[in-house]
Design a protein around this ligand. Structure first.
Ligand SMILES: N[C@@H](CCC[C@H](N)C(=O)O)C(=O)O
Length: 302
């Protein structure tokens, strides 16, 4: 096959019968694959084919829904969480954590009857995460402690602009770039089609890059995600932005939590920075489901 032509789902998988659900959190969209017993061989090629927006279902990533007991990397958490969120970026790479993904994952578990509404733990590559999901409405995830990396800042170039970024780990790496000279309209105009550049010394595993401007109440951001490109929202990115922004203004949650509204192209998220952790709150929605079948072997009408 000539290079550059996407490998379709049929190219990478003989046995095509695959159940899926499509969901999103503030426009950060995912293909969910229910795979309780861990039977699916989820290769990078299959992830890329599923996420392709022209030849696949389309998504920023894949969320495989698998029992902790069924996968060696989560078996140690099986006593404390029933389900493991196996998250993959659209390019097939594996990431430690996905905040919007965790919210959509929890929404799926509740709607599918795999978890009771309310609070429960989900296992992720970054460890256990407590989620709170009502029957409908917002989903909140306890994202764990943020880590603002001390130092002079990391040089990052994005949208033809040079920044000294604040590096923050939310389990996965973020470079938060403050564009103090821009307003929200200026942020919207930036060209984020080309990948940011940064030093591999600062970010040896790559990085998600957020550009941030002030709003009257909180901040607005855009993001170029590692392994994806620009997305409409990034939950870990919103948390990284909120703590970096609050810390710059001298607000650290000594006693009372610090709450920051984060506007993203796909909607609004709320980040609550507490002394020991960060909560991420926002909508999570399942939009359709289906079964992938090879087209020529299936009469969709009959
Ligand atoms: N969109 C996600 C982050 C997904 C992982 C990221 N692209 C990475 O490689 O670290 C979120 O909502 O947090």
């Amino acid at each position: 096959m000539p290079s550059g032509i996407p490998r379709t789902i049929g190219d990478v998988r003989d046995e095509l019968e695959l159940r899926f659900v499509k969901g999103h959190g503030t426009g950060n969209d995912f293909v969910l694959l229910p795979d309780p017993d861990g039977d699916l061989d989820l290769t990078a090629d299959l992830v890329r084919a599923l996420c392709d927006r022209r030849t696949g279902i389309g998504g920023d990533g894949v969320l495989r829904v698998v029992l902790c007991a069924a996968v060696p990397e989560a078996a140690g958490l099986a006593g404390r969480a029933r389900w493991f969120m196996d998250y993959r970026n659209a390019d097939g790479s594996v990431a430690e954590m996905c905040g919007n993904g965790a919210r959509v994952f929890a929404r799926y578990l509740v709607d599918a009857g795999y978890a009771q509404p309310g609070r429960f733990h989900v296992a992720t590559r970054a460890g256990l995460r407590l989620v709170e999901a009502a029957v409908d409405g917002d989903v909140t995830v306890d994202m764990g402690p943020p880590r603002i990396i001390d130092g002079p800042g990391a040089p990052v170039t994005v949208a033809d602009r040079d920044f000294t970024a604040t590096a923050v780990s939310m389990g996965n790496p973020h470079a938060v770039c403050f564009a103090g000279d821009l307003d929200v309209a200026g942020l919207r105009r930036l060209d984020l089609t080309r990948p940011p550049s940064f030093s591999p010394v600062d970010f040896p595993d790559g990085v998600n890059v957020e550009i941030v401007v002030d709003r009257p109440a909180g901040v607005a951001m855009r993001v170029f995600e590692r392994g994806v490109g620009e997305t409409a929202s990034c939950g870990t990115g919103a948390c990284a932005v909120a703590v970096a922004w609050a810390a710059r203004r001298g607000a650290r949650p000594a006693g009372a939590p610090v709450e920051v509204e984060v506007d993203v192209p796909g909607g609004g998220l709320v980040v609550i920075w507490q002394p020991e952790t960060v909560l991420l709150r926002g909508p999570a929605e399942l939009v359709f489901d289906g079964v992938l079948r090879r087209a020529e072997a299936h009469d969709p009408v009959g």
